[in-house]
Design a protein around this ligand. Structure first.
Ligand code: ZN
Length: 221
């Protein structure tokens, strides 16, 4: 297994190929046309790309397979959450990883929909880092996160800091095998001024007007 780290998307947009897939990371005010996007609800549902054609479905994961993949582009929209792509030869899964989708069990569903023996590339997009993802009061949902992912939590100075990356990392160590390559974008959305950050907008008292759209489509041969 090899790991690659980059901060490319801190430059507000990038396009690259991983295996047989084309990935675009774009900062936009609205969804690109002609792509299949679920209504993201911080839940655990994963749908097939075909389920999104001409209809709206609530989900936080989209699976692209076989005949779907030649024509469809799927997208996950984030602003601090972690866009996670799992890529195989003939299947790809795009996931919206947030503290809530983690607690809801989104990643626990993955082995039921994606053949992990085929996992070739993993892409972790820009997201808020642990230093900036801190909470003062431990509400019920923070306690649930702590109970499920204790290794992804640091408590210091009256704050509790959550790491989406560390929570995902534990799944990846179960899922990856010798030929899996991990591409990890290490940009923190809160810190990279060009990337949309829900928390930064909140702190500055401004409206969040752009999102990071991570799109996935089959690459032309
Ligand atoms: Zn940060």
């Amino acid at each position: 297994m090899r790991e690659h780290a980059s901060t490319t998307a801190a430059k507000a947009g990038s396009e690259f190929r991983l295996g047989s897939w084309l990935i675009e990371s774009r900062v936009l005010t609205k969804m690109p046309r002609g792509v299949l996007q679920p209504v993201q609800v911080h839940g655990s549902e994963i749908v097939r790309a075909a389920d999104l054609v001409g209809q709206s479905r609530e989900a936080d994961g989209v699976l692209l397979t076989g005949s779907d993949s030649t024509r469809s582009t799927i997208v996950i929209r984030t602003a601090d959450c972690l866009p996670l792509l799992l890529l195989g030869e003939s299947q790809a899964l795009a996931l919206h990883v947030s503290r809530k989708t983690l607690v809801a069990g989104l990643l626990d569903q993955v082995p039921t929909v994606f053949d992990l023996s085929e996992l070739r590339e993993v892409y972790l997009g820009p997201h808020i880092c642990q230093e900036h993802f801190s909470f003062k009061y431990q509400g019920a949902s923070i306690i649930q996160f702590y109970k499920k992912y204790p290794w992804a939590v640091i408590q210091e100075g009256g704050l509790i800091r959550l790491s989406l990356r560390e929570a995902v990392g534990d799944y990846l160590s179960d899922w990856k095998h010798s030929s899996t390559e991990i591409y990890d974008n290490t940009s923190c959305t809160y810190q990279a001024a060009l990337l949309p950050s829900y928390r930064r907008a909140l702190k500055q008292g401004v409206a969040l007007i752009t999102y990071l759209y991570t799109t996935l489509t089959v690459a032309k041969a």
